[in-house]
Design a protein around this ligand. Sequence first.
Ligand code: KIV
Ligand code: ZN
Length: 391
Amino acid sequence: MSIEEVKYIEEVKNEMKLPGKVRIFDTTLRDGEQTPGVALTVDEKIGIAKKLDQLGVNIIEAGFPASSPGEKDAVKSIASLSLNANICGLARVLKKDLDEALACDVDYIHTFIGTSPIHRKYKLKMDKEEILQKAIFAVEYARDHGVKVEFSAEDATRTEFDYLLKIYKAVEDAGAHIINVPDTVGVMIPRAMEHLIRKLNENLKVPLSVHCHDDFGLAVANSLAAVEAGATQVHVTVNGLGERAGNAALEEVVMALIIHYGIPVDIETKKLVDISEFVSKITGVKMPPNKAIIGENAFAHEAGIHVHGVKEKAETYEPIKPEMVGHKRRIVLGKHTGTKAIKSKLEEYGIEMGDEQLRILYEQVKELGDKGKRVTDADLKAMAITILGRA
Ligand code: KIV
Ligand code: ZN
């Protein structure tokens, strides 16, 4: 899309605090693997890590080493691959978790503790001060071991602002390199996320990151709102995998950053469909056909009016070129099909028909469509050959 055509975006851009660049922190192998029903072997995790690295993500959260010996093995193996991306291990603010992550030779630790009233009371059974001290300990400990440290206040978006800022300031003073703001149960709306990140940004010096869950289908919108307020890193997963409704989808966040905001990212967008299909196959989580960017219908056209428009000028019904994300345009036949689509399909097969034959074929396609049937390319070919045989 040439964004200059969308004047409405240009009109609001100067109200934003857009960063010069956004780093992509991929958590497909950690939060993504928490997708109910998904469990990856060490080899599968290595395969995905290599693809993520080729894609160009900046950080790969390879797993949660303290969670199982297999997980530790996977993180260690990925860390030994000498990939371009930083390899991160997740750790609670506990010495044993931090030691497990450090033992994997990662160069980046993501440490976290819940901070919201509900997490303090029911999960941790700790008071504010105890949580604060544990967070400081974890950041100092990881830092002293020479790795890059990211700190997350789990459930940040349901935490009282004064306390959240206090804990973030304390970990900043303790040496955290980056502070992450998780919307753990996906309860934010974009305007509120923009407001929260802006306030945090005004009070902190280290870069800010966001981690948004998709419980209300707002993970991508909330992540982008955070970027509008100056966040310089976004946590994402391929295909939006993750706990419950998942995390912000890598492919959607990346394309929006590039296309809508004009913000550079290090991602080779042409590889997006390939990695999406790879991850879908390995995890067994199928993508709906209408999934943005990578779904099989993302660049498919059925309505006659649309097919005609796209044939004349692709941009009439395509915001970006399918090739940009490694996709292909598809013309699909059904009850909304027009003669232009049928003709163009026949051309692909080198089949020529007269106007009357084409009219008969068109009616047959419509008839099948009205019966709720999908007309495949093979169906069309067979129907065309039958009609031609009759002539
Ligand atoms: O959703 C969440 O809060 C997390 C933390 C571990 C950052 O995944
Ligand atoms: Zn999460």
